[in-house]
Design a protein around this ligand. Structure first.
Ligand SMILES: [Zn+2]
Length: 265
């Protein structure tokens, strides 16, 4: 088992990663500190393999965002994702993994590892689906009624993005087996949980999530300010922003794993 020296070494590594993320303007001060703290708690409870697994997602997501960034920026979609991630964004994306890590440490229940796979595969698949979907030659369509929509709008899906999302969930399931985080059957269930999460993220993005329109450029946006002017809300609930949708999608992903585990085992 890992020694205290190893724990401290990994903790120091996470602090360096958090600082680098701050310097790279990926996170602000509160977001960097929250991410470091969550990472260290997961490392000390569930173990550092869980932390490395999450870092694979974060690094892959960051690479995907920068991949052909200028093409995506031209769509006006990349700017929506721009800006530093703050504490609410980190909590929306990290709190489920944190909770599962503490539960796993407290109970040593192996079934929790399948939930953890879904908790990471779901946002990973959503990130990849979004980033590669923006490069699709065909316009996105709304997941609810398949009407065409503007690239980058929540709830819009493309065939390319959907296939990349499904593949990403499968890859994260396989990775979890290779890393010894879970076993084949729980990884398979975790992959299905990832699918559920991606679907929910788009579906809630199309239905409950607040959507605004800019008076100046007429674009749909998730921001309350656009072109330096206040926007008007045209859809969804003002309290339900992208962070809340991400959190709900994660809850749905893990809940589907729990249901499958109850029925299958
Ligand atoms: Zn505007």
């Amino acid at each position: 088992m890992p020694s205290l020296g190893l724990d401290l070494l990994f903790s120091l590594g996470l602090i360096i990663v958090g600082y680098a993320s701050y310097r790279a303007k990926a996170t602000d001060v509160s977001g960097s500190l929250a991410a470091m703290l969550i990472g260290i708690i997961i490392g000390f409870t569930a173990g550092w393999l869980w932390v490395i697994y999450i870092l694979v997602f974060l690094v892959a997501g960051s690479l995907a965002t920068h991949f052909r960034y200028n093409e995506k920026a031209k769509l006006g979609a990349a700017e929506e994702k721009g800006g530093r991630r703050g504490v609410s964004n980190v909590l929306a994306n990290g709190s489920i993994a944190l909770l599962l890590a503490i539960l796993y440490w407290a109970t040593k229940d192996w079934y929790i590892t399948g939930m953890f796979v879904a908790a990471v595969a779901s946002p990973a698949a959503d990130t990849m689906a979004t980033e590669f979907g923006l490069l699709s030659k065909t316009s996105p369509r709304m997941i609810t009624d398949f009407t065409p929509t503007q690239p980058g709008r929540s709830g819009g899906i493309t065939l390319l993005g959907s296939l990349v999302g499904l593949a990403t969930s499968v890859i994260f399931g396989i990775l979890a087996i290779l890393m010894g985080i879970t076993d084949l059957s729980l990884a398979a269930i975790g992959i299905i949980g990832g699918f559920v999460g991606v679907f929910l993220d788009s579906f809630l993005g199309a239905t409950l999530q607040s959507l605004y329109q800019c008076y100046v450029c007429q674009r749909y946006t998730e921001k309350k300010l656009h072109c330096n002017k206040p926007t008007k809300r045209i859809h969804g609930y003002s309290l339900i922003d992208n962070n809340i949708v991400n959190l709900l999608a994660g809850v749905g992903a893990v809940s589907s794993v729990i249901l499958l585990e109850i029925f299958l085992f």
